[in-house]
Write a protein of this length. Structure first.
Length: 74
């Protein structure tokens, strides 16, 4: 069972700690980061009203890269 300290770190990993909105060609980009995830929203406002988003989980990406490196070395 998780102790209080461990569960606090787990919960804090989902709280956004960095937000950045910047203009890009034809719209804007919003980037939100937390300890366990990163979210990037891109909104095009000139021609098409498209919104795209990318959700990244760095821990999963690192584990996946390590597994792939181990498989390639076999």
């Amino acid at each position: 069972m998780l102790e209080m300290k461990d569960s606090l770190w787990f919960l804090l990993g989902f709280v956004p700690c960095w937000v950045n909105r910047q203009p890009v060609r034809g719209g804007w980009q919003l980037e939100i980061r937390a300890l366990f995830w990163h979210l990037t929203l891109t909104r095009r406002t000139v021609r098409s009203q498209r919104t795209s988003f990318t959700l990244r989980v760095p821990l999963i990406e690192k584990v996946s890269a390590a597994i792939w490196a181990a498989v390639k070395s076999l």
